[in-house]
Design a protein around this ligand. Structure first.
Ligand code: FAD
Length: 472
């Protein structure tokens, strides 16, 4: 061992919720836990710092009966999820809430919806733009850092993991950069918790969109795929890397800080139609805002999408949600064209008026004849019923895809062990939180929940590491 080598039982890469829960739980189980965080800042930014804090499973109450939650996960992912992961998250989500409460986290009911039954307190205020300081995730991270120290673990800021150390096929540590110096951390196990790869243009370009620069980061953007690259270099399999969790934002969010992460325009998108600059529909709006955001990212030009809807939708679905587009979008300066007829609306948006008129007429006809499944592309009702575009004034808003976190990543089993291409665990290597794949995504872009994914994988990883280190 060299002088710059550090010896520990478990080293965790990344100090978001997933990394800190893994570190705290491992320390509680008697292990020497070291958590590395690339940022030096006291309140280092990450998606867990920004989180809205809603603990849910596939948009359902996390305390719901296990069988119902399995069904909800399967429905959301339309069969993409591996059955053992669906069962795991349905069974163990509630344990995460109880575990966090034991560490001092407070939860509250934030709205009448069952989805909001377990929200980290205090939640973000009801206003556009970012609002994290002293709120849900910020409070949680500070609490978890204090717990880590209390149980004898260490959080090392300003330390970026670069690569894994492996001996005879077993992962035994990481190489990292600390204040310009390369250090080696030797450990019984490595837990990757770097938050995904949404912040890395190269990987986003490879998996998600040909134009990563035309996608808005709807989070901290600190997940740069380091963990994915390190794990892949050791033979880990990747799964579901083509999908992301995010929302449809106003295109002005690229330059206006008041327009992300809220308000998002999903409710308008799922009520009306989304068209490209030529005026043609390109996605099933009924599959939901997360799905449409993914389809926008895949367009030849992701900055060419528009949502078109009528006054009834603006006054109806447009007002849905905690921070709805109506009235917040125009209030904070988001572009919203409005016109008494579709021709004038199309001209204001630079869309071909004839093509848009044809698209709207076919859509309205299909809706009136209950034939929306015959449209190209078909319009379903999985997340929302279509509304006619019939009542003036008509509206159009320019869109962009907002990426919050990548849904896919390192393939893991139900103990959060990284798997190789044959499905066998890679000894000594674990992945937790948004760095993992296999639970969310697939053709339906199924969303199960970022926080529950952190908590369940982190508790499982820590328990498996503790059992393995004790055996060794
Ligand atoms: C605005 C917003 C609202 C959200 N609301 C909800 C919600 O209500 N409910 C829900 O379930 N989910 C929500 N999410 C998603 C959820 O917050 C995230 O999925 C979750 O916090 C991810 O946690 P993580 O620990 O995996 O990653 P992160 O919190 O991103 O943490 C990863 C950490 O790893 C560090 N890191 C990266 N690379 C390295 C490296 N090489 N070496 C060392 N450190 C490294 C990063 O700096 C970062 O601190 C929301 C996200 C956002 C942005």
């Amino acid at each position: 061992m060299e002088s710059s080598d550090i010896q520990t039982d478990v080293v965790v890469v990344g100090a978001g919720m997933a990394g800190l829960v893994a570190g705290v739980h491992a320390a509680k189980l008697g292990l020497k836990a070291l958590v590395l965080e690339q940022s030096e800042a006291e309140k280092y930014l990450c998606n867990s710092r920004y989180t809205g804090g809603t603990m849910h499973v596939a948009l359902c109450d996390i305390m719901l009966d296990e069988a119902q939650l399995v069904q909800a996960i399967e429905k959301a992912t339309q069969g993409f999820v591996r059955p053992e992961l669906a069962r795991l998250f349905a069974a163990e989500g509630r344990r995460v809430v109880r575990w966090l409460q034991d560490e001092g986290a407070r939860f509250m009911k934030a709205s009448a919806s069952a989805y909001h039954n377990w929200v980290l307190a205090p939640p973000g205020r009801v206003r556009p733009g970012l609002d994290w300081e002293g709120r849900a995730g910020d409070v949680l991270l500070r609490l978890l850092e204090a717990s880590l120290t209390k149980y004898g673990g260490t959080l090392a800021r300003g330390t970026r993991a670069l690569s894994l150390i492996a001996e005879q096929g077993v992962c035994t540590g990481v190489e990292a950069l600390r204040q310009g110096e390369r250090i080696r951390v030797r450990a019984g196990a490595v837990v990757i918790a770097d938050g995904g790869f949404q912040g890395d243009p190269e990987l986003v370009g490879q998996f998600i969109s040909r134009h990563p620069d035309r996608i808005k980061q709807r989070g901290a953007g600190t997940g740069r795929g380091d963990g994915l690259r390190m794990a892949q270099a050791q033979g880990a399999a990747l799964v579901g890397t083509d999908r992301f969790y995010g929302h449809v934002l106003s295109r002005d969010a690229l330059t206006n800080e008041q327009l992300w992460p809220y308000p998002y325009l999903d409710a308008l998108v799922t009520a009306g139609i989304v068209v490209d600059q030529a005026g043609k529909r390109f996605a099933d709006e009924g599959a939901g805002g997360v799905f449409v955001a993914n389809m926008i990212a895949q367009l030849p030009d992701p900055l060419s999408a528009w949502v078109v809807f009528d006054h009834a939708s603006w006054e109806g679905p447009g007002r849905n949600g905690l921070i709805p587009a109506n009235p917040h979008l125009p209030k904070v300066g988001g572009t919203l064209h409005q016109a008494q007829d579709l021709g004038a609306l199309a001209r204001a948006a630079g869309i071909d008026p004839h093509v848009l008129a044809g698209t709207v007429a076919s859509y309205n006809d299909a809706l009136a004849g209950a034939r929306t499944d015959q449209l190209t592309p078909p319009r379903g009702e999985r997340k929302a019923k279509p509304q006619a575009i019939a009542t003036a004034p008509f509206y159009a808003a320019p869109l962009c895809a907002g990426i919050t976190y990548t849904m896919g990543g390192i393939a893991v089993d139900s103990d959060a062990r990284a798997l190789d291409a044959t499905g066998a665990p890679l000894p000594g290597l674990y992945a937790v939180g948004a760095s993992t794949g296999g639970l969310e995504g697939g053709p339906a872009v199924g969303y199960v929940g970022g926080l529950v994914k952190c908590g369940v994988t982190a508790l499982r990883a820590a328990e498996h590491v503790a059992a393995s280190v004790r055996k060794a």
